[in-house]
Design a binder for this molecule. Structure first.
Ligand code: PEP
Ligand code: MN
Length: 349
């Protein structure tokens, strides 16, 4: 259930509804979503209370949303959402966005040469990890704050918005300061305190699907971010666990198409982590474009053979250029606008 308060209602109107709910033993969760005051409920309303609430002039409507995720659901918002990044790139709602960059930031030289290639290839957003979730504690863990600074400098230099991962609440403020999109990695998809904390920054958040998360669990994780009032959420499918070690993970394209029916949030595909293998990345990137997703995230490196992290799945610059040329053809064939066309777009436009 979702109680939608009228436009421009005062805080006191919320309190009145909250009191009525409380008297019936029901907990309401108020959310200031955009310009709207909402009250989310995890249960149905008794008939009489439903009627009494609707009689209040301050209550606009009550939506009986069936799914456990409310704000992320298409029942709540039938049209595709659009997330505006770095004041100019729009993700979702009919355009196709390419995010690209190294798995991990290794040095100024490596990052700047990659950013130059990313720009030249026509990608729209620069990625780069500063805090890396590594399976082994003995693997390179990322450059930390110094990496964030380099990423911001490279983004400014090449006029590209930037995205980077945060793994713990202690660094949310720093990552929000230096980046345009905060990435929640697959391993942290259900780290609920972290989801709340990134939500509260009001920054765009890209939420990767956990390797064994169902679509519903993924959307419930998005709901955690949205319940803080932050609607700027992008989903990212990066492959789920399968029985077959032939690919690093299994890109769940069917799940992506299914989740697009359930949510209005934009969905990005990450074929790099899904496959773990450079040669498999281009076909799946094209499949993602053909499936009508909001975009792709690709790893690339000046010398993948010496990359400190995920070299085998990183594209060379040459491969990145060629792939993006073909991606453009698919996008054009589907008549989807490119994100670059939104360059003039301003937040809230
Ligand atoms: C990444 O994008 O750098 C990353 C670590 O991905 P994932 O969380 O999907 O493994
Ligand atoms: Mn990686």
């Amino acid at each position: 259930m979702l109680i939608i308060m009228g436009a421009n209602t005062h805080e006191n109107a919320n309190l009145q509804v909250m009191n009525m709910l409380e008297q019936a033993g029901i907990t309401g969760y108020p959310v200031n979503s955009g310009k709207r005051r909402l009250i989310c409920l995890g249960q149905n309303l008794p008939e009489q209370l439903h009627e009494n609430l609707l009689e209040l002039s301050t209550v606009e409507k009550i939506m009986p949303i069936k799914t456990p995720y409310k704000l992320a659901s298409r029942e709540y918002r039938p049209q595709n959402s659009r997330v505006v990044v770095g004041n100019r790139v729009s993700v979702g709602d009919g355009n196709f966005v390419v995010m690209a960059g190294p798995c991990t930031i290794e040095s100024e030289e490596q990052l700047f040469s990659t950013a130059a290639a990313v720009k030249k290839a026509g990608a729209h957003i620069l990625r780069g990890g500063a805090f890396k979730p590594r399976t082994s504690p003995y693997s390179f863990q990322g450059m930390g704050i110094e990496g964030l600074r380099l990423l911001r400098q490279a983004g400014n230099h090449f006029d590209l918005p930037v995205i980077t991962e945060v793994m713990e609440t202690a660094y949310v403020e720093d990552v929000a300061f230096y980046s345009d999109i905060i990435q929640i990695g697959a391993r942290n998809m259900q780290n609920f305190p972290l989801l709340r904390e990134v939500g509260r920054t009001g920054k765009a958040v890209m939420l990767k699907r956990g390797p064994s998360a169902t679509l519903e669990e993924w959307l419930m994780a998005a709901e955690y971010v949205m319940a803080t009032g932050n609607e700027q959420v992008i989903l990212c499918e990066r492959g789920i666990k399968s029985f077959d070690p032939a690919t690093r993970n299994c890109l769940d394209l069917g799940g992506v198409v299914a989740v697009q029916e359930k949510t209005h949030l934009p969905i990005i595909i990450d074929p790099s982590h899904a496959t773990g293998k450079r040669s498999l990345v281009p076909p799946l990137a094209l499949a993602a474009a053909a499936a009508g997703t909001a975009g792709i995230m690709l790893e690339c490196h000046p010398k993948p053979e010496v990359a400190l992290c995920d070299g085998p799945q990183s594209l060379t610059f040459d491969q990145l250029y060629r792939l993006l040329q073909t991606v453009r053809q698919v996008v054009q064939a589907l008549n989807i606008e490119e994100a670059a066309e939104f360059e003039e777009l301003k937040v809230g436009a």
